[in-house]
Design a protein around this ligand. Structure first.
Ligand code: NDP
Length: 336
């Protein structure tokens, strides 16, 4: 079993030496267990948070423990009544080639599913996050202006395309001209603003002449600062992620603006609601799959997929993801 453990806790941006690749014997399943061979590992921004000490909404990865991560995996040995060799599942297999499981939390994939890595993007956790946050919290109406941060990331791409399907105007925010081109030409956003442009706030105002009704927050920081003055009375803000601050070492620079932010939320009756998608599987995952599966099958909703080859690529892959080097979903194909 090849696996990657957390060797050191990063301060700021993670570095390759924070991770350690190990080779250990492949475990054998006991009665009631099964052995999984992991085929694809998902790389996601939340992994940065798990590398920190102390609890967040989920426990930290212990030093020396295998890094957490979603996987698409194949059952290769089973002593479990519900699973047989050849079954493919989506699970939290972690950064390793093989995982022992007691069957808890395994999601069986349809036997005829061909593009199985989609279970880690459009038809999995990030897609569900986009769907839940936009529809259950954002509640977009036809004609609404929906602004989406990190518009070409997996979550943002799905939010934008879903907003269009609901009859809203979708305005993306992304880093750089090329990502903005992809947002408009490939993902169907009505416009996309480059948050690195010196005139970012002015361009956002020009693209949202009637203000913003829904802001899907993935980023925080300077992007939120530009969006806040544009939010309409009664705007909804699904607070999904704050990736701009995941690698930060301390407080946001500058004066404390919280009283002003609170004042604006009050005066314009803005609803801002944080959510963690793992809370919502029992109630809504089946509804999401019912709506999304045909949309994805018909090509109405899509995302770019970056496939890295081999477990050893995972650390640099996560570092690059946090450094905004990818457009779309990042998965590691475990060819080891
Ligand atoms: P993304 O692909 O959106 O994340 C990487 C992208 O974030 C980068 O390519 C970059 O895009 C953007 N980014 C990084 N740093 C900054 C910065 N300083 N300022 C602005 N943009 C930045 O990943 P996902 O689609 O997987 O996730 C999107 C968000 O959703 C994340 O914040 C994640 O933590 C959150 N999330 C939350 C969940 C929940 O349960 N609440 C579940 C899943 C995801 P660009 O180059 O365009 O700036």
């Amino acid at each position: 079993n090849r696996r990657i453990v957390l060797q050191a806790r990063p301060t700021g941006t993670p570095v390759p030496a924070d991770f350690l690749l190990q080779e250990v014997p492949i475990p054998r399943p006991a009665e009631g267990q099964l052995l999984l061979k992991n085929l694809y590992l998902s790389l996601d921004p939340y992994m940065r948070g798990r590398m920190n000490e102390g609890p967040s909404y989920a426990p930290a990865v212990e030093l020396g423990a295998v890094m957490v991560g979603g996987t698409v995996s194949e059952v290769i040995e089973s002593r479990h009544p519900r699973f047989k060799p050849g079954d493919r599942v989506v699970t939290q297999g972690g950064w390793q080639t093989h995982t022992l499981s007691d069957g808890t939390g395994l999601g069986l994939l349809p036997a005829d599913m061909t593009h199985i890595s989609l279970a880690l993007s459009l038809l999995g956790m990030p897609g569900f996050t986009a769907w839940y946050g936009l529809l259950r919290i954002g509640e977009p109406r036809p004609g609404d202006t929906v602004v989406v941060a990190s518009a070409t990331g997996t979550v943002g791409a799905v939010v934008g395309q879903l907003a269009k399907r609901k009859g809203s105007r979708a305005i993306g925010i992304a880093g750089g001209a090329e990502k903005c081109r992809i947002a408009v030409e490939e993902l169907g956003f009505d416009a996309c603003i480059d948050h690195r442009s010196p005139d970012f706030a002015g361009q956002l105002a020009a693209a949202t002449p009637e203000g913003i009704d829904v802001y899907f927050e993935n980023v925080g920081g300077a992007v939120f600062d530009a969006v806040l003055p544009r939010l309409n009375i009664g705007a909804r803000v699904p607070l999904c992620g704050l990736i701009a601050q995941y690698n930060s070492k301390g407080l946001y620079p500058g004066p404390d603006r919280l009283p002003r932010v609170m004042g604006q939320l009050l005066a314009r009756r803005i609803k801002i609601q944080g959510f963690i998608i793992s809370d919502h599987y029992a109630d809504d995952y089946a509804n999401f799959m019912r709506e999304m599966s045909p949309e994805v099958a018909h090509g109405h909703i899509r995302v770019r997929e970056n496939v890295l080859q081999g477990l050893s690529q995972a650390p640099q892959g996560l570092i690059d993801l946090l450094d905004s080097r990818f457009t779309g979903k990042v998965v590691v194909q475990l060819t080891d």
